[in-house]
Write a protein of this length. Sequence first.
Length: 336
Amino acid sequence: MRDVSSLTRFATLLCVSTTMVVGAAPLAACARPDSAGPELSTHQPDTTPSLGASVPPPASNPPTDTPPQPDLAPPPIDIPDLPVVSDEAAREEASRLAVLMKHNVKGFSTYTPERRKAFLMLAKDAVTQSGMPVSRPQLVMVVDRNEHIQHLDYILALPDAPWESLGGTPVSTGTTGRKYYYITPTGVFQNTADRLGYRAEGTKNKYGIRGIGAKGSRVWDMGWQTAMKGWLPRHETGQIRLEIHATDPQFLEWRLGHPASEGCIRIPATMNKFMDHYGLIDALYEQAASYDPRFQALLPKDRQPTQIAGDLVVVIDSGPLTEPKIDPIADKRPLP
């Protein structure tokens, strides 16, 4: 009796297992409706209802009182025009900003007449050659990567009148002294709303350095750019993400005025804050903030955007050479 009971329980379990396997087959067929596997049986069960059987009615959609509506297109975005002021009003605003920078930006200088002339001439030539004409009075951020200069100058660019220099601060651009450090490329770069910048988290690397500044510092993203590898004398190039950001205020800001970065443009923390608050190169970001919450969240809530805000960053080289001299042993130095 004990053996018969065991056989009975085995047969029962076998039937249950067979039922579960067969019941799972339609799930596989639904997942792959066009390719039933060879393991599936080709036998089709008889689906003819027997006499007296209850046949369910065919499935149907429930009636509705509202006819289906076609997909509605999203409402058009109302993009505000960029602010346009007269040349006279632009000069007054530029003078106001220069006074504010003098009092609030560390290391601010209005430069000598010769230096201002060099900034103006090289910047205007670069903008003309770039094919991005200045159509409204606006500020242009100009950076001289010359290893003996390493300064920025804010310039008021006017469509039909001479340009004017406001002044600026020391910066640090790409150095040639370390492996995997790039030379900051020259050219005209636009702070376009196609890219969303970000803010520093203030985290420290293994050396205790906050590479892009204190927490909350703004980082402007100028996109992928071709730059020369500063550790190879063969003038080989590569791609870098060109950014404008602050540096460690405690350990590295004193080095501004000398090439020191991996290819980006380092600026003083006070200039970073001033640019952020008055939106000096955020004209297109301010425009995008009117319809895109991402830009609205990035820009300061207490900002006071200037009416002559621009969107162009110009990197020039006023040195006698068109490119910095490559350190011949830079590729042999260990990484920091």
